[in-house]
Write a protein that binds this ligand. Structure first.
Ligand code: UDP
Length: 240
């Protein structure tokens, strides 16, 4: 069936934290299953989906650094954590009958292909989901920045950022402030000048410089990935 998404290409950034479910750490297969089901549905509708998953459910480099570890080494631990999320998603996509490939920025031939952009595009054209792991392969970067960079390199039309427990961008933290107001739309410059927590500054400026729209939405609300792909008015849209 064609709901207007056929052949259109999107980058989906998934919160690593969401993968942990209620536990906070590691991977909750029930959550991954749910996300895989939703991705499978949009792929069956003809959309091309590339995925970057965060790693906050395992390690964050900055947090390990605060506890005395070398930043670069802890960032590598963070990147390796994202690969476990990728493999979990690949497994549940396979169970949904959807082909996928994991491509990592750090070579690990037994579990994933290396990052090869042109090959990634070929996979997408064949209806395979491509899951990019190990971030940029470089310390001091984030998976948000990775999602923006990969989105640009594979010519995705938008960066769909699925968040954990928040349905868009607010003027203050809605978990701490009952009066927090949600934005339906924002300009990149507002995100930066107001210091809004959409993604890190590197990711935002990369999107701004290249006019890549960002949709911030609640990942785990049923049907939201399909809504995001269809361009329905959910979450917060960041653009020019
Ligand atoms: N990371 C990195 N380079 C990258 C991507 C990720 O060093 O290109 C590391 C970094 O330590 C980060 C961790 O991997 O904290 C997990 O990635 P994520 O972006 O999910 O961090 P979070 O947003 O959860 O802090």
């Amino acid at each position: 069936s064609d709901h207007g998404s056929s052949g259109r290409r999107f980058m989906l950034k998934l919160s690593g934290e969401a993968f942990a479910g209620g536990g906070g750490l590691g991977v909750d297969p029930d959550v991954v299953h749910k996300v895989a089901r939703e991705i499978a549905a949009v792929v069956r509708d003809g959309a091309q989906i590339a995925v970057v998953i965060g790693g906050g459910n395992f390690f964050r480099g900055a947090e390990l650094q605060q506890r005395g570890m070398d930043r670069a080494r802890s960032d590598y631990m963070g990147m390796l954590g994202t690969v476990m999320n990728c493999l979990a998603l690949q497994d549940f996509l396979e169970k949904e009958g959807i082909d996928s490939r994991v491509q990592t920025a750090i070579t690990m031939g037994q579990v994933a292909e290396p990052y090869i952009p042109l090959r990634a595009v070929r996979h997408l054209e064949k209806g395979r989901v491509v899951i990019f792991g190990a971030g940029m392969g470089m310390p001091y970067f984030s998976t948000d920045t990775t999602a923006a960079q990969r989105a640009l390199e594979i010519h995705a039309e938008a960066l769909l950022m699925g968040k954990n427990g928040v349905d868009g961008v607010y003027d203050s933290d809605p978990k701490k402030n009952a009066d927090a107001v949600k934005f339906d739309a924002l300009e990149y410059t507002e995100v930066i000048s107001r210091g809004l927590k959409v993604a890190d500054a590197t990711a935002i400026t990369l999107c701004m410089d290249n006019k890549l729209p960002i949709l911030v939405f609640e990942l785990l609300a049923e049907g939201n990935i399909a809504r995001a792909v269809r361009g329905e008015k959910i979450g917060t849209l960041v653009s020019d």
